[in-house]
Design a protein around this ligand. Structure first.
Ligand code: ADP
Ligand code: MG
Length: 217
């Protein structure tokens, strides 16, 4: 099978690590601990993940959201770097998508073809969930959920939008008048988690620190 055309795994910055991540509160610490645990779990299951097409018993979506600058991309990259440090071969069984997510599913029902799918900044080109279009972004999202569960993949997703309350699924409910799709989505998402990342906009923090620095490359 051909690999995913837009895999960004090679672009991950080596400096994005859990050690470099400054923790402000216990909720943030729980997110760090969870992602570390998931990385270690993958490392523990490496022979399975490397050799079986479908190594997991169930599909799972881990959905991490916050306002911009709170460290979502940093944490995803830290997760990937931890897996890479433990067993670089596992990266062959993982893709990082950070393009326009809707296109991934527009021409293909199952674009990634690996058991571990990391999607950074889903719907980043949209201003609000009301901008998500039924036959565009929402159709792609529904295909993604079905694909993840049918292939029993592990999907780790970040977004500036929530998933359930006031989020993507609620938007789907507005357009799914009969409620069939939402009911299916709820079942599919039952063993998955939505996590709000707390903390603060670290870009503002970095700007403050760098204000007096000399220009270097
Ligand atoms: N808690 C944190 N500790 C250390 N660096 C952080 C933290 N949060 C964010 N950063 C850094 O701030 C910048 C913006 O974070 P990023 O992960 O891109 O945010 P998001 O993806 O949520 O918009 C990056 O350079 C990142 O490494
Ligand atoms: Mg980001």
């Amino acid at each position: 099978m051909r690999g995913y055309y837009d895999n960004k795994i090679a672009e991950v910055r080596s400096g994005s690590t859990f050690e470099e991540f400054q923790v402000y509160d216990s909720a943030q610490q729980r997110v760090v601990d969870l992602l570390k645990r998931v990385a270690d779990h993958l490392l523990g299951r490496a022979p399975d993940v490397l050799n079986n097409e479908f190594p997991f018993d169930n599909g799972k979506v881990l959905f991490l959201w916050s306002k911009p600058g709170f460290g979502k991309t940093h944490l995803l990259e830290a997760f990937i770097n931890r897996v890479k440090a433990g067993n670089a071969k596992l990266l062959q069984r993982m893709v990082l998508s950070r393009g326009l997510f809707e296109f991934d599913y527009q021409t293909c029902d199952s674009p990634y073809g690996v058991p571990v799918v990391v999607i950074d900044d889903m719907f980043h080109d949209k201003q609000s969930v009301s901008d998500l279009h039924p036959v565009g972004e929402l159709a792609s999202f529904m295909k993604f959920v079905t694909d993840t569960y049918e292939r029993r993949a592990l999907a780790i997703v970040t977004s500036n939008f929530p998933l359930l309350k006031g989020g993507i699924v609620e938007r789907i409910a507005q357009v799914d008048k009969g409620g069939r799709i939402v009911s299916r989505m709820k079942e599919l998402l039952a063993c998955s988690g939505e996590i709000k990342l707390t903390g603060k906009d670290f870009r503002a923090e970095l700007a403050k620190r760098r204000k007096n620095d000399e220009f270097t490359l």
